[in-house]
Design a protein around this ligand. Structure first.
Ligand code: SF4
Length: 309
């Protein structure tokens, strides 16, 4: 079985346009770990969604090209409204973020009036604005523990909610949403991958179903996966998250081998191309913006998330 480290699709003309436009526009290019190899290669920084937002807020550049999906560009704008946040592929949505509406949250609040809402950062800005706090996959359990209520409404990802439920004594009221690519992974996929690479360590994301956590060696967000590989003596890893992560790990750890368990491919993450990055910088027309009162309401819950490791 071959490792999943597909070579980047080279587009020299677009790369050349980007090189001059990034200076002209005073731009920094940020890419999520699930982006295609050629986008990770041209980015100034690759990271998870919280790291990208923090990088957008910290950068001295006036323009941020956010290569990811819409909720990531929204979160960057929430933290850095004075900057122009461009989305090269403005139609790159996230089915998980879109599956829970503000009306769904209000209905849950009516059913559980004593509960405080925590929403995964993979959610729309309107949901973030209604939440007490956001969380990442890495700090979800710590955020839930820190919320001043014994009952928590959690969404949109059911699997992450169940993962937190195993780690807290708080009463969890979990919305039944999911990330389609991650939710498709099965324990059978992991068993098959292990049969091919019996010496490999298996790392899975908490957005995968609970049966996958039980079949894996570690359940981690993408940042945790990087830390685990750095600490591990293993030379092969089976990775239960989006395939772009294998390319990222391969770049960070040359000499080790990575492959996905099953097939976890997010079509929205693959919409960004070097040509679209160049066009976004040329036209400056795909900036993410929204109403200041909405941004300010969402800012409070994002900052609670950012304050917890
Ligand atoms: Fe959304 Fe899942 Fe794609 Fe991430 S991998 S952007 S959570 S659909």
């Amino acid at each position: 079985m071959e490792p999943d480290t597909a070579p980047p699709r080279v587009d020299p003309a677009a790369i050349e346009r980007i090189a001059s436009l990034r200076r002209e526009r005073d731009a920094v290019i940020l890419a999520h770990s699930y982006q295609p190899p050629e986008i990770q290669d041209l980015a100034d920084f690759v990271g998870d969604s919280l790291e990208l937002s923090r990088a957008a807020a910290a950068t001295p550049h006036r323009t941020v090209v956010l290569c990811g999906v819409r909720f990531m560009a929204e979160t960057a704008y929430i933290l850095a409204p004075e900057k122009t946040i461009l989305m090269p592929a403005p139609d790159a949505g996230c089915p998980l973020a879109g599956c829970m509406t503000p009306e769904d949250l209000v209905a849950m609040q009516e059913s559980f009036p004593g509960a405080l809402p925590v929403v995964y950062v993979n959610s729309g800005v309107e949901l973030k604005a209604l939440a007490y706090s956001c969380c990442t996959s890495a700090n979800a359990a710590a955020v839930v523990e820190a919320v001043p209520a014994d009952e928590i409404i959690f969404g949109p990802d059911r699997n992450l909610g169940l993962f937190v439920e195993r780690r807290t004594r708080k009463r969890m009221r979990i919305f039944p949403g999911s990330c389609p690519p991650h939710a498709r992974l099965t324990a059978g996929d992991i068993a098959l991958a292990r049969a091919s690479w019996p010496d490999a360590e298996v790392l899975v994301h908490p957005e995968t179903p609970p049966e996958c956590w039980d079949a894996a060696d570690h359940v981690l967000g993408t940042g945790g996966m990087i830390a685990r590989v750095a600490a591990s003596g293993a030379s092969r890893f089976i990775v239960g998250t989006e395939e772009g992560m294998c390319y990222r790990l391969g770049r960070l750890f040359p000499g080790r081998e990575f492959r996905t368990a099953g097939s976890i491919h997010c079509p929205n993450m693959k919409k960004t191309t070097p040509g679209l990055v160049a066009s976004a910088l040329e036209s400056m027309e795909t900036a993410v913006r929204f109403d200041e009162s909405l941004r300010a309401a969402a800012h409070a819950s994002v900052m609670r998330m950012a304050s917890i490791g």
